[in-house]
Design a protein around this ligand. Structure first.
Ligand code: PLP
Length: 419
């Protein structure tokens, strides 16, 4: 390898490692492996025909716009559509509050770039989305981790870390990745009022909110935000930046997400995005707009919900059937993941190696914890994805995984007796 380059890497790249999931995905591409490791939507539900028609229409009627450079803020009709769409969840935004990003992953990167100096602290859930840690790590973030349980982030443990003055909190209220948990309505109120009390803004990341399989939609933090409520400008958005994406409702290959923010934050983000990629693909934005219009997206989301709800139920049933009683797991009301906790003494990394021999894969839990973020627990946890395998594969994969789990737990028994 050329040292001319490798000796010149910037300091901020020190300690940055390739994502554990990316490494695992390489392995899971072997056809004999049943993978619960990725976070992939089911490719069967991609509306390919609708995309084909939309591409043809956009190219036939507006190729001069679609193939040209566009505005950094995004394609105006798409921004307007997003503003209309989120209004039904109570988020009062105008199109100028919406910045189109190249996936919500780019939104996380831009937020890191805009707000984080080396050593700044970000308050995160433990566990949290690995991709956010990767995005913030590059800007030298430190972390304050707050544990979560079945009702999401423990708002009763928030006060001390908030007093420590994080730059912002990063929260996933709906069907969290990796935990599958949802922040309860009362905790949403507590969290927003504590944030208000300590003057700490919130980044609300909501890629899965629409993928609810049971129960009622809960109020987004951005709607509860006091600063919003104080504002009387005909649109909301105060102390909360709200992120979402088309990755889980249309297709992740589009790389289309968005940030909803106050106009002054949008203009700063726009400057940073110009340096990153000038703008998100005009063609892709126009195609997505064409696909989503006339209520297609709403109808399509109903289909996705039906398909994923069934897959979730198959996985929950298989876990009940095959897994030993000492193992527990979350029962997500939506999203793509559930989160398994093994008994004390178990080791999910070692389990992963054994699972590989059984041709089944998952993501070990510790990589979802920020440094110093209660990863002890993470060492005996694992994330299982239920959206991409077929129902029979889910049953068979859980059966295979249960063999590896039982073997490991049996090997722990003598130790437990001695202790
Ligand atoms: C919580 C969360 N945020 C952001 C993303 C990034 O999504 P995308 O960049 O595809 O919009 C993901 C992807 O899985 C996610 O789970």
């Amino acid at each position: 390898m050329s040292t001319a380059w490798t000796s010149r890497y910037a300091q901020r790249t020190r300690g940055i490692q390739s994502s554990a999931i990316r490494e695992l995905l390489k392995f899971t591409q072997r056809p004999e492996v049943i993978s619960f490791a990725g976070g992939l939507p089911a490719s069967e539900v991609f509306p390919a025909d609708r995309f084909r028609e939309a591409c043809c229409k956009v190219l036939a009627e507006e190729s001069h716009v679609a193939l040209q450079y566009g505005a950094t803020e995004g394609y105006e009709p798409l921004r307007e559509m997003i503003a209309r769409h989120i209004a039904r969840y109570g988020i009062r935004a105008k199109s100028e509050n919406v910045l189109i990003t190249s996936g919500s992953q780019q939104a996380l990167d831009l937020i890191g770039k805009l707000f984080l100096n080396p050593g700044d602290r970000v308050l995160v859930e433990a566990p949290t989305y690995l991709g956010a840690l990767q995005a913030f790590n590059v800007y030298g973030a430190d972390y304050l981790s707050v544990p979560s349980d079945d009702d999401g982030l423990r708002s009763d443990l928030l006060e001390a870390p908030l007093r420590a003055g994080p730059k912002f909190m990063y929260v996933l209220p709906n069907f969290q990745n990796p935990g599958g948990t949802t922040l309860s309505e009362s905790r949403r109120h507590d969290l927003v009022s504590l944030a208000d009390k300590y003057g700490i803004p919130i980044v609300e990341d909501d890629p899965y909110g629409q993928l609810r399989y049971e129960g009622e939609h809960l109020t987004p933090l951005v709607v509860l935000d006091r600063e919003n409520l104080r504002r009387d400008q005909g649109y909301s958005i105060g102390n909360v930046l709200y992120l979402s994406t088309f990755s889980k409702t249309l297709a992740p290959g589009l790389r289309l997400g968005w940030i909803v923010a106050p106009p002054e934050v949008i203009s700063k983000l726009v400057q940073l995005k110009q340096g990153a990629d000038l703008h998100t693909s005009t063609f892709v934005q126009m195609v997505a707009h064409e696909v989503a219009r006339d209520n297609f997206l709403d109808e399509h989301v109903k289909l996705i919900r039906r398909v994923y709800r069934e897959l979730r139920d198959v996985m929950l049933d298989a876990l009940t059937q095959f897994f030993p009683a000492e193992v527990t797991w979350t029962k997500p009301k939506g999203g793509l993941f559930l989160w398994v906790t093994l008994p004390a003494g178990a080791n999910a990394q070692k389990l992963f190696e054994a699972a590989v021999r059984e041709n089944v894969a998952f993501v070990p839990g510790d990589c979802f914890y920020a440094p110093n973020g209660h990863a002890d627990l993470g060492r005996r946890q694992m994330r299982l994805n239920f959206s991409s395998p077929q129902p029979e594969q889910i049953k068979e994969g859980v059966r295979r995984l249960s063999i590896a789990v039982k073997q490991q737990l049996e090997s722990l028994q003598p130790l437990a007796t001695v202790l």
